[in-house]
Design a protein around this ligand. Structure first.
Ligand code: AMP
Length: 214
């Protein structure tokens, strides 16, 4: 199974990818998480990426394609892969196809998470993340048991991502519509596109996702 989760920022791709990892064992390949790790480790790549990410723009195709290529070569990617936040441009989608063809594999399914922009602004501006394990919370709809402390790993504080502020969210959404949404056509032409309503509760979305991948 090679699944591409496609959808705007905040549509729940990361949450669902984590669930697939827990239940099916397919690793979540999130270029956003990889870039945030590089930032946390203060690498040269991290320093360059941070400025771009803070503006809500996209890191270069070359950089993210390189990250995915390295990661896909690891042994845990043999049985299945869930791509979360990659590809994000048409050239990235073509590079992914070429990369997989070389190893006689192909994308199995692309699942498009559909949700109105206004719901996303609400979701993202209230989102809080654990710096240590990446678990996500929301100030209204998914509060931790103890204020500011991660239920999953017990660490604190829970922080707002730099790119989850209202002005940057708007920019990320416009970048999504201009550069990422056209990827749906790419997979539709290959007969691999499946759409789901991502405005529902995470459990319902997971059931729809499992059906889409069956
Ligand atoms: P995400 O965590 O997927 O929302 O990604 C956060 C930010 O990382 C994005 O707004 C981009 O700046 C950058 N990023 C993540 N994945 C990609 C990608 N495939 N191509 C370009 N930039 C990316």
């Amino acid at each position: 199974m090679i699944a591409v989760l496609l959808g705007p920022p905040g549509s729940g791709k990361g949450t669902q990818a984590k669930q697939l990892l827990a239940e099916r064992g397919w690793p979540q390949l999130s270029t956003g998480d990889m870039l945030r790790s590089a930032i946390a480790e203060n690498t040269d790549l991290g320093k360059r990426a941070k400025a771009i990410m803070d503006r809500g723009e996209l890191v270069s195709d070359e950089v993210v394609i390189g990250l995915i290529q390295d990661r896909m070569g690891k042994p845990d990617c043999k049985a299945g892969i869930v791509l979360d936040g990659f590809p994000r441009t048409i050239p990235q989608a073509h590079a992914l196809d070429a990369m997989l063809t070389k190893v006689k594999r192909a994308v199995t399914r692309c699942v498009l998470f559909e949700i109105p922009d206004e719901s996303l602004v609400k979701r993202l501006s209230g989102r809080r993340t654990c710096l240590k394990c990446g678990a996500m919370y929301h100030v209204e709809s998914a509060r931790p048991k103890k204020e500011g402390v991660c239920d999953n790993c017990g660490s604190s504080p829970l922080v707002q991502r730099d790119d989850d502020h209202a002005d940057v969210i708007r920019k990320r959404l416009s970048v999504y519509h201009a550069q990422t949404a056209p990827i749906a056509d790419h997979y539709e032409q290959q007969g691999k596109l499946h759409k789901l309503d991502a405005s529902r509760a995470p459990k319902e979305v997971y059931l729809a996702l499992i059906q889409a991948l069956a």
